[in-house]
Design a protein around this ligand. Structure first.
Ligand code: 13P
Ligand code: SF4
Length: 366
C-alpha cells in the first residue's frame, strides 16, 4: 500500500480552551536484575499464589515479556484492552490480577464488581487518563448537549460515567461509523490523534478533547521516512494514538491486536513498528522468522523519558506481582453509584462487539 498523505485535520477541528493539568511522566522504572534462579523462584511462587487465591492474570501486550509469558503459562490472558475487559468477565476465578495500567484494572472492576481486582502498582496510570480530569470534561460536555459522548477506554471511571459510549482502539472506528450513519454528532475524548484518524475514515461530525499519549507522541515523521528508505520492503505498522504524520506513512493502522495479526499474516519479512516495544514479545512469538524494527523516536531530545516504552506499563514486574499476591493489597475500589453509570457505556461497547463479531477470537494469540 502506498501511504496517502492527507490534510492536517487538527487545523480544522474545533478547538477548546481548557487548562489541562501538567502530566508528570515518571522515569521508566529500573527493576533490580534477577538471576535465572531468582526469576524461576519468583515465577514458581506466583504460580502457587495464583492457585491459592483462585486468581487469574490479565496482562496487556505492553507489559514485561516475563509477565506475558507467565499469564500464558497459567491460563490467563495477554491481550489488547478490549479483550482484557471481556476476558475478566468470562472467568470463574475470584480474583483478577490486572498487569497493565489503572484504567484496565478499573474496567475489570466495573464489569466484575463481585470479584476482587488487584494490580501490581495502583500508580500505573496513563497520560490520556491524567490529561482528562472528570470535572473539566463534564463541563466541556455540558457545552455540547446535542452531541453523543464517546470516550476512549483510557479514562477514569468518572469520565466513563459521563459518557454514552466507551471504545477501545480495536472498536472505535466501527462504533463511530455506526453513530455517523445514525446522523449523530460526536464529542470525542481524550486522544485527539485516534479521534482525528477515526473522523478521517468515517466522515463523522466530531469535536475533540485535546489529549494525547506521551509514548506515541514521540514517533518522529522525518526519522520514520529515513527508516523506510533504509528498509524499502518493510511494512509500516502504526497504532492510531500516533500523530497524523506517522499514521500517514502506515501500511497498517490498528489496535495492538491488529498490528500483531499483521506481522503474522503479511508476506513482508521486515516490519517497522510504531507502538510500545513491549508488543515485540507477542509479535516474535507469533512470527519468529520476521524482523521487527522499532520506529524511531526523538531519542535524546525527547520530552518522553522512555520513548516507545510506556513508563506506567513498566511499573509491572515479577517482583511487585509476587508482592501483591502475597499481601492481597492494591485492590481497586469503585463507588457503586459511579460504577452503575460507568458500566452502561462499557456494556454498550461489548454488546456492539458481540453483535458485529469484533475481536471475538483474538484472545492471547492475536
Ligand atoms: P490497545 O487497546 O490497542 O491495546 O491500546 C491500549 C493502549 O493503551 C495503547 O497505548
Ligand atoms: Fe496510556 Fe500511552 Fe501508556 Fe497506552 S502507551 S497506557 S495510551 S500512556
Amino acid at each position: 500500500m502506498n501511504p496517502t498523505p492527507r490534510p492536517d485535520m487538527s487545523a480544522n477541528a474545533p478547538s477548546i480552551t481548557v487548562d489541562l493539568p501538567t502530566i508528570k511522566v515518571p522515569d521508566h522504572p529500573q527493576w533490580p536484575a534477577l538471576s535465572t534462579a531468582e526469576k524461576e523462584a519468583l515465577k514458581t511462587e506466583i504460580k502457587t499464589l495464583l492457585k491459592q487465591r483462585n486468581a487469574v492474570l490479565v496482562a496487556h501486550y505492553y507489559t514485561d515479556a516475563d509477565l506475558q509469558a507467565l499469564a500464558e503459562e497459567t491460563g490467563g490472558c495477554v491481550a489488547d484492552s478490549l479483550e482484557m475487559a471481556r476476558f475478566g468477565a468470562e472467568q470463574e476465578a475470584e480474583t483478577l490480577v490486572v498487569c497493565g495500567v489503572r484504567f484496565m484494572g478499573e474496567t475489570s472492576k466495573i464489569l466484575n464488581p463481585e470479584k476482587q481486582v488487584i494490580m501490581p502498582d495502583l500508580a500505573a496510570t496513563c497520560s490520556l487518563d491524567e490529561g482528562c480530569p472528570a470535572d473539566q470534561f463534564s463541563a466541556f460536555c455540558d457545552q455540547y448537549p446535542d452531541h453523543t459522548v464517546v470516550v476512549y477506554a483510557n479514562t477514569s471511571v468518572e469520565v466513563k460515567a459521563r459518557s454514552d459510549w466507551v471504545v477501545t482502539s480495536g472498536i472505535a472506528l466501527p462504533i463511530v461509523q455506526h453513530l455517523a450513519e445514525r446522523g449523530e454528532k460526536i464529542l470525542w475524548a481524550p486522544d485527539r490523534h485516534l479521534g482525528h484518524y477515526v473522523q478521517h475514515i468515517s466522515g463523522a461530525e466530531m469535536i475533540f478533547w485535546p489529549g494525547s499519549c506521551v509514548v506515541h507522541e514521540e514517533f518522529k515523521s522525518v526519522a520514520l521516512e529515513r527508516t523506510r528508505r533504509l528498509h524499502p520492503n518493510a511494512a509500516v505498522l502504526v497504532h492510531p494514538e500516533s500523530p497524523q504524520n506517522i499514521v500517514d506513512q502506515a501500511d497498517v493502522i490498528g489496535s495492538t491486536t491488529a498490528l500483531i495479526k499483521a506481522v503474522k499474516e503479511m508476506k513482508n519479512r521486515e516490519f517497522i513498528v510504531a507502538t510500545d516495544g513491549g508488543i515485540f514479545y507477542k509479535m516474535q512469538q507469533m512470527a519468529p522468522d520476521k524482523v521487527l524494527i522499532e520506529a524511531p523516536t526523538a531519542g535524546e531530545g525527547a520530552t518522553c523519558v522512555s520513548c516507545a516504552h510506556c513508563p506506567w506499563m513498566g511499573m509491572n514486574s515479577l517482583q511487585n506481582l509476587a508482592q501483591v499476591l502475597r499481601s492481597g493489597e492494591n485492590a481497586i475500589e469503585i463507588d457503586p453509584a459511579v460504577r452503575e453509570r460507568a458500566v452502561k457505556p462499557i456494556q454498550r461497547m461489548l454488546d456492539f462487539a458481540k453483535t458485529h463479531g469484533i475481536g471475538m477470537q483474538n484472545k492471547g494469540n492475536a
